[in-house]
Write a protein that binds this ligand. Structure first.
Ligand code: LMR
Length: 388
C-alpha cells in the first residue's frame, strides 16, 4: 500500500546540509541551517557541555525512565534562565525533544483546547506553519517584516492582533527573529502585551536563541513584560543553540497560568500528548543543561563562551552591513538586527546562482546564517553579493 503515498519533498532548509556536504569545492560557504560556527568553521561543543557530560558519564547511576514530563530540576533551572521565575507567575513545564517538539506539543494542546486559529507574522521559521497546520490549526498570516526596507512592520502587527478574535493564539518570537533578525523594542513588547491581554489572545512564545541577540537577560525582556501582563501563555524553549546541543534534541514547553492548579492541568495535558507521540523525552541533553546550571563554575564558563559567540556574530554582522549597504543601502539596518539571521533581498534565481557559481549556500528565502561566516570570508562573500 505504500504506492498510495506521494513522495514528499525534502525539507528545503535541512536539504541544504546534504547539498553542502556533497559540494567538493574547497572555498564553499555554508550560510544555511541555523548552527553556530567559529572562526575555523567548526561548531564547537561548549567547554561546559563537555565537562558536564564527563561528570554525567562518571556519576550517572541508571538509564531508567524519567517519565513523560522529563526532569523537574532541568525544567526549574531552564525557567529560571528566562527570568520567568521572577515574574511570580504560576507555571508548569514539560521537557521536550528540542524546540520543535515543544512547539508541536503546544500546537496539539491548543487544538485540544478548542483554539481554531493562530496568528503568524511572516516571514517566519518555515516549520512554524507546517507544525501548526499538522496539528489542525488555521494559520492567520500577517506581514511582520519588509525585506526591501529591512523594517519590522509593527503597525501591521498591531493591526493584525487588534483584529484577532478572543481565543485565537498568536506566535511570537522572543528575540533573534528567525529569519529576519528584526527587533521589537521593549516599548513595542509592552504594546503587544497590552493588546494580547485586551483581546483575550493566547500567546505562544518561541525562545530558541537566548543569548545570541543582546545577552541572556536582554533577550527575554520582551517575554517578561508579556508574562507580567497576560493571564495565560505558552513558552517553547530550545536548548539547541544556547547550549550547542543541536543533535541531543533538548527543549521544553511551559504553560503560564492564572493559578498553579491551571498550570498543572495544562502540564498533565502536555504530558498526555507526549505519551501518545514519543512517550518520554530524550534525557542526555537535559541532564547536561542541568549539570551546567547547577554548577556556578560551569554556568559562568558557559556564559562566557556564549558571550564570545554573540560577540563574534555581532562583529561579522557589522562588517556585512558595512559591505552590503554598498549595493542595498537599506542593509545598513543589518548592523542593528540581532541573532544569527538576516534576510537579503535576493531572488530565488540569485540564490541558486550564488550556490552554483560560488558554492555559497543559503535557503531560497534569502536568509543568511551570519554565524556561518569566518572573518576572513566576509570580503569575498560581500563582493559576490555585490556582483550579482
Ligand atoms: C534554522 O532555522 O535553521 C534552525 O532552527 C534549524 C531548523 O531546525 O530549521
Amino acid at each position: 500500500m505504500f504506492d498510495m503515498l506521494a513522495r514528499q519533498p525534502d525539507d528545503p532548509l535541512l536539504a541544504l546540509i546534504g547539498l553542502f556536504r556533497k559540494d567538493a569545492r574547497p572555498g564553499k560557504i555554508d550560510l544555511g541551517v541555523g548552527v553556530y560556527r567559529d572562526e575555523t568553521g567548526a561548531t564547537p561543543i561548549f567547554r561546559a557541555v563537555k565537562a558536564a557530560e564527563k561528570a554525567l558519564l562518571e556519576t550517572q547511576q541508571t538509564k531508567s525512565y524519567i517519565g513523560p514530563e522529563g526532569d523537574a530540576v532541568y525544567l526549574d533551572l531552564l525557567w529560571s534562565l528566562t527570568g520567568g521565575n521572577k515574574t511570580g507567575r504560576a507555571v508548569a513545564g514539560v521537557q521536550t525533544p528540542g524546540g520543535s517538539g515543544a512547539l508541536r506539543l503546544a500546537a496539539d494542546l491548543l487544538q485540544g483546547m478548542g483554539v481554531k486559529r493562530i496568528l503568524l507574522g511572516l516571514p517566519s521559521w518555515p516549520n512554524h506553519a507546517s507544525i501548526f497546520k499538522a496539528a489542525g490549526l488555521e494559520i492567520v498570516a500577517y506581514p511582520f517584516f519588509d525585506v526591501p526596507s529591512q523594517t519590522v512592520l509593527f503597525d501591521r502587527m498591531v493591526e493584525a492582533l487588534d483584529g484577532a478574535s478572543a481565543g485565537d493564539a498568536v506566535l511570537l518570537h522572543a528575540s533573534c527573529h528567525n529569519p529576519s533578525g528584526g527587533v521589537l523594542t521593549s516599548l513595542q513588547w509592552q504594546e503587544i502585551a497590552a493588546i494580547v491581554e485586551r483581546r483575550g489572545l493566547l500567546p505562544l512564545v518561541d525562545l530558541a536563541y537566548q543569548g545570541f541577540g543582546r545577552g541572556l537577560e536582554e533577550d527575554v525582556v520582551g517575554l517578561r513584560s508579556l508574562l507580567a501582563a497576560v493571564p495565560e501563555a505558552l513558552v517553547a524553549i530550545s536548548s539547541s543553540k544556547s547550549f550547542g546541543l543541536y543533535r541531543e534534541r533538548t527543549g521544553a514547553i511551559f504553560a503560564v497560568a492564572a493559578s498553579q492548579v491551571l498550570a498543572d492541568t495544562a502540564r498533565s495535558n502536555l504530558a498526555a500528548l507526549a505519551r501518545i507521540s514519543y512517550s518520554m523525552p530524550p534525557d542526555h541533553g537535559a541532564a547536561i543543561v542541568r549539570g551546567i546550571l547547577e554548577s556556578e563554575a560551569l554556568k559562568a564558563d558557559w556564559m562566557q563562551e556564549l558571550d564570545g559567540m554573540r560577540a563574534r556574530i555581532q562583529t561579522i554582522r557589522q562588517s556585512l552591513a558595512a559591505g552590503l549597504k554598498g549595493r542595498w543601502p537599506s542593509l545598513a539596518a543589518m548592523a542593528d538586527q540581532e541573532g544569527m539571521f538576516s534576510l537579503l533581498p535576493l531572488s530565488e534565481a540569485e540564490v541558486l546562482r550564488l550556490r552554483a557559481d560560488h558554492g555559497i549556500y543559503m535557503p531560497t528565502s534569502g536568509r543568511i546564517n551570519i554565524a556561518g561566516l569566518k572573518t576572513s570570508d566576509v570580503d569575498a562573500v560581500v563582493s559576490k553579493f555585490i556582483a550579482l
